[in-house]
Design a protein around this ligand. Structure first.
Ligand code: BGC
Length: 767
């Protein structure tokens, strides 16, 4: 099988799998690259080879305690392969010049950066972007980010982050596409395509780095950097597919995760990096550790710096981010016979190949154009697109009595600690976002409401009563001011403002750094002081809209029961403020659908729709029942299910029609519904298809997303939406890790979210 594939590769331009988007070098090109790299490596000393494996920071924006030092000197002596967090064409050019002109073999550097959800023009945080369920839109965000970043000197991004995330306590859920394997895999693919385009050598494409491999999102108790222990069944069926999808799409690099996996940290996990990633998935790029991921294995308890560096290299981590374990110990390990020159050569080759693929040997300065930086970053078109994207990411959770959309007249009170904070708008991991071009919500409302709306404002409450917690949750220049008067006085002032208004917008929730890296929470409610403010605002009897800022699913049961309207706006990027106003005033009809389940309370976490049934399930919609799988104090239901989101119109679904009662292997069956817009405004709907494998050789989830379509319907309009289901769609990894579809009965569900579905049934026949 392997042989056949490589034979096919000989034919020019046909070496790419159906999904791969990056032009994998065809054999002639590959031979040219191999020859080039071999010639270069023949001239390299062991020290120079090890130098290529060393990734340092530009000395700013770091995420650990270590900071790279002596960078200039190391550059000139060939001890550095790449730099990250160094931007602007001038600074990048300067560093590149030192490497290219002063080092003995003139090898160019690769320049990395965390371009996560946009660059200077920032887009919604990934968890929010996923709520658009719009793959084309998502791909265009990655493309635009690549254009801006590459215009500023960057040729390698530490994105996409494709960790399946089901634990709302984990702060980095904000950086993920949420809980679902299928949605996450589709997004992983288009992000890679968006960054890498169809040719990595172009000056406006950048190399993707899929992270964090692997299972980082399943850290125990939602605590960052914590241990993961997982069955192969769950790994292969639920957590691995998005990484694999990104690799299949041609991602040039992979980042090993910080966490321990079944006893071995990912950075030194040979099974993970060698057997799964390279042998099973055919990955041919390079693996970089996460920030000091190599030296952190000392604390994991695997040995001293020399030992952990040896383990990481041997496992298949080619590049060492910031630890300098490779730089300082590998030669010694080689001399002691602990690592081989072949292992060092292999790592060096993969990194040089990446540079070759990026065209850096042809022109090391291709990403250093001042002119492009002036012209292509933060353009009005980019900002306009960012605004459009943000409108697609918001999720309308409640709209009792059609409080929304707002009238474009009367008085609107904008209240809350997040109402007038520019710094808070782009969201976590937006290190390059340009805050000067990021209006606060208040500014956005003023810009969009029109002359007939009077806007009044009050601060209302601090982010949290606890000043230390606030400090820790507003780092990296994302400060939110504090009002040090007694809390009740601040609330009272806001109540007085609310009393003068026709409607109140309560801008509450999390600060942007309350989620993200190292921002796990055990309490996932809106901070108590903000809730007190909300209760006081509701008491005025004015209609209140909760404009909810958050980077994770929050437990907002009380709010869902007491506040008439809730618009979840996450963190929407550079133009979020205008986008929120667009939706609040009805210029855009909301259509976002949750990429992650909202629990009733933190005790239910992790809560996700595609769970297993257990042998003692509760009856559907059931409450407590003795000796059934549930809780004494809360039902098993989510507060808002995966896929949920309202619109200013309503849609109805017909029954699910199947083209046949059985599916023959090799053929397809079609599932159809008719969706109708029953309201008075045009709206978009995400029609979702789920299946359930009723009997299997392993236990199977109660529902699995298998497809979706985003459609637009005018008032009164109906559209038929059909999905083709094949045997491939029903495959899973069985206990022998064979990817199979097992004959038998399946349910098929279609609906507006994972809960409110219509169903039908078919049988998969044997071959
Ligand atoms: C994070 C990565 C990031 C890296 C470099 C780490 O702390 O886990 O996601 O890419 O820092 O900034």
């Amino acid at each position: 099988m392997k042989k056949a594939t490589s034979l096919i590769c000989i034919a020019a331009f046909c070496a790419v799998s159906a999904q791969a988007q990056v032009k994998t070098p065809v054999s002639a090109e590959k031979a040219k690259m191999n020859a080039f790299v071999s010639q270069l490596m023949a001239k390299m000393t062991v020290d120079e080879k090890i130098g290529q494996l060393n990734l340092v920071t530009g000395g700013e924006a770091t995420t650990g305690t270590a900071v790279s030092t002596g960078v200039e000197k190391k550059l000139a002596s060939g001890q550095i392969g790449g730099i990250f967090s160094l931007t602007t064409p001038g600074r990048v050019r300067k560093a590149q010049e030192i490497a290219v002109k002063n080092s003995r073999l003139h090898i160019p550097l690769i320049f990395g950066q965390d371009v996560i959800h946009g660059y200077k023009t920032s887009f919604p945080i990934p968890l929010a972007l996923a709520c658009s369920w719009d793959l084309d839109l998502i791909q265009r965000t990655a493309r635009m980010a690549a254009v801006e970043a590459s215009a500023d000197g960057i040729n390698w991004t530490f994105s996409p982050m494709v960790d399946i995330s089901r634990d709302a306590r984990w702060g980095r859920i904000a950086e993920s596409s949420g809980e679902d394997t299928y949605l996450g895999s589709q997004i992983a693919k288009v992000m890679v395509k968006g960054y890498q385009g169809d040719d990595l050598k172009k000056a406006n494409t950048i190399m993707a780095c899929v992270k964090h491999f692997a299972l980082y999102g399943a850290a125990e108790s939602g605590r960052d950097y914590n241990t993961t222990d997982m069955s192969l069944d769950r790994m292969y069926n639920e957590y691995f597919p998005p990484y694999k999808a990104a690799v299949d799409a041609g991602a040039g690099s992979v980042m090993a995760s910080f966490n321990d996996i079944n006893g071995v940290p990912a950075t030194a996990n040979k099974w993970l990096l060698n057997d799964v990633l390279r042998k099973q998935w055919g990955f041919n790029g390079f693996v970089v550790s996460d920030y000091t991921g190599v030296s952190e294995m000392i604390d994991h308890g695997l040995g001293d710096l020399q030992k952990v560096s040896e383990l990481a290299l041997k496992a298949g981590t080619e590049m060492d981010m910031v630890s300098e374990g490779y730089l300082t110990t590998l030669k010694k390990s080689m001399q002691q016979g602990k690592v081989t020159i072949a292992e060092i050569n292999n790592a060096c080759r993969l990194i040089l190949e990446a540079k070759y693929k990026l065209g850096l040997f042809e022109d090391p300065y291709r990403y250093c154009s001042e002119e492009r930086a002036q012209k292509e970053i933060l353009t009005p078109e980019n900002l306009k697109f960012s605004r459009e994207v943000a409108t697609q990411s918001f999720v309308l959770l409640k709209n009792q009595g059609n409080v929304l959309p707002l009238k474009k007249s009367g008085t609107v009170a904008v209240i809350g600690p997040l109402a007038d904070s520019r710094a808070n708008m782009p969201g976590t991991w937006a290190v390059n976002a340009d805050l000067a071009n990021t209006p606060s919500l208040l500014e956005g409302i003023k810009g969009v409401a029109g002359k007939d709306v009077k806007i009044i404002h009050s601060f209302g409450a601090n982010l949290t009563s606890d000043a230390t917690l606030q400090k820790n949750a507003t780092m990296f220049g994302r400060e939110i001011p504090r009002d040090n008067r007694p809390e009740n006085d601040v609330i009272e002032e806001a109540v007085n403002t609310a009393k003068k208004a026709d409607v109140v917008l309560a801008a509450l929730g999390e600060s942007s750094e309350m989620s993200g890296e190292s921002s796990s929470r055990t309490d996932i409610e809106i901070p108590a002081v903000q809730k007190r403010l909300l209760a006081a605002l509701l008491k005025t009897g004015k209609p209140v809209v909760l404009v909810l800022f958050t980077g994770r699913p929050l437990a907002i049961k009380w709010e869902s029961e007491n506040v008439p309207a809730i618009l979840n706006v996450w963190f929407g990027g550079s133009q979020a403020a205008y986008a929120i106003a667009d939706v609040l005033f009805g210029n855009v009809n909301p259509s976002g659908k949750l990429s992650v389940t909202f629990p009733q309370n933190v005790g239910q976490v992790p809560l996700y729709y595609s769970h297993k049934n257990t042998g003692r399930p509760l009856t559907p919609n059931g409450w407590f029942s003795k000796f059934r799988s549930g809780y004494l104090d809360v039902s098993n239901d989510p507060l808002y299910p995966f896929g949920f989101g309202l619109s200013y119109t309503t849609f109805s679904y017909s029954d699910v029609k199947l083209s046949a009662a059985s599916l023959k292997p090799g053929q397809a069956i079609t599932a159809k519904v008719t969706v109708t817009n029953n309201g008075k405004v045009e709206g978009k709907e995400v029609v979702q298809l789920y299946t359930r494998d009723l009997v299997g050789s392993s236990t199977r989830p109660v529902k699995e997303l298998k497809g979706f379509r985003k459609i637009s319907l005018k008032p009164g309009e109906s559209k038929e939406v059909s999905f083709s289901i094949t045997e491939d769609d029903l495959k899973f990894y069985n206990q022998q890790l064979k990817y199979v579809a097992e004959p038998g009965d399946f349910k098929v569900f279609i609906g507006p979210n994972s809960r409110d579905v219509k169903e039908n049934k078919f049988t998969l026949l044997s071959k």
